[in-house]
Design a protein around this ligand. Structure first.
Ligand SMILES: Cc1cc2nc3c(=O)[nH]c(=O)nc-3n(C[C@H](O)[C@H](O)[C@H](O)COP(=O)(O)OP(=O)(O)OC[C@H]3O[C@@H](n4cnc5c(N)ncnc54)[C@H](O)[C@@H]3O)c2cc1C
Length: 263
């Protein structure tokens, strides 16, 4: 943890993230219609049941003629590439401890996703946390240099907000004045500034994102985030994400490969 000067001259600890925090905050709730039930086999979560239910509706195979468990049924769905039935299961994650550059890459994933990200226009970033790039982590000299750089950027932000608040003193609405100051001052914040983001995505969309971002070609921070997301989703709905295998790549960082490409 580093230190940053506050406006009243005291020293406050600067929070530095070395890993993302991923929390599942919403999951599907399946409500089976009494008039059209499925003959279920095996344990499953609501999201997995929902996907199976949608798939079985296509062929009216609710009787489960080949006696498949939900896990076996969904394995076959993924193998066949019948991914549209996975779109019904939506999982919402709160992702914290990722940098602004990482969230910028994340929000490029459009189909099937929704995002709500912390606003740097409204939120004071004077005490923002920062995310240490994985490539820098573990080298004391590089870490110290990096910390000096983000500390300087944060100090520049604080000075910029103060200067802009004075410049626009004539704006009587204080909330608006603060917004004017912060939206301009944020231009000097580094890409490493931590963001919090709520991401909703259906299982098919998550799978596509994970395939692209867990791979060894992906940038290290988003890859680390994607692996953390994968672990949460595998724990929640194994049958929808079980064909992803986590391994250690040639660069000694975790990566994951998928058995069924882009279902
Ligand atoms: C290793 C890596 C390097 C990258 N480097 C760069 C870079 O240098 N510069 C840069 O700008 N971006 C870069 N990107 C981002 C990349 O170009 C995509 O924006 C990002 O991966 C999202 O992928 P997507 O569009 O397939 O995802 P989504 O938007 O989630 O789309 C998923 C799928 O839906 C379909 N789809 C979505 N929208 C449409 C549409 N409008 N029309 C037709 N089909 C659609 C496509 O099949 C698409 O693959 C990089 C990504 C990776 C993984």
């Amino acid at each position: 943890m580093g230190y940053t000067e506050t406006r009243i001259g005291t020293v406050a600890p600067m929070e530095i993230f070395r890993a993302p925090r991923v929390s599942l905050i919403a999951r599907p709730q399946f409500i089976e219609p009494e008039h059209l039930p499925v003959h279920w086999l095996g344990e499953a979560s609501d999201g997995e049941r929902l996907a199976e239910y949608a798939g079985r509706l296509c062929y009216m195979s609710q009787r489960n003629p080949v006696n498949r468990t939900t896990a076996e049924y969904l394995e076959n769905i993924k193998k066949q590439g019948h991914g549209s039935v996975l779109e019904h299961a939506v999982y919402v994650l709160l992702i914290e401890g990722i940098s602004r550059s990482c969230s910028h890459e994340l929000v490029r994933h459009r189909a099937g996703f929704g995002y709500s990200q912390i606003s740097q226009r409204y939120v004071d970033e004077s005490h923002a946390a920062f995310v240490l790039p994985p490539a820098v982590a573990g080298d004391p000299k590089l870490e110290e240099e990096w910390q000096g750089q983000v500390t300087a950027a944060q100090a520049a932000y604080v000075r910029s907000v103060e200067g802009l608040m004075q410049r626009y003193e004539w704006v009587t609405d204080k909330v608006h004045r603060r917004k004017m100051a912060r939206e301009a001052a944020r231009s000097v914040l580094p890409n490493a500034t931590e963001v919090k983001i709520v991401v909703s995505g259906n299982a098919r969309a998550w799978r596509t994102m994970l395939e692209l971002r867990c791979g060894e070609g992906a940038e290290l921070e988003i890859r680390r985030m994607a692996i953390a997301v994968l672990r949460v989703l595998q724990r929640e709905a194994g049958a929808l994400f079980s064909d992803f295998e986590i391994y250690v790549g040639d660069d000694k960082q975790e990566a994951a490969r998928v058995a069924y490409h882009k279902v």
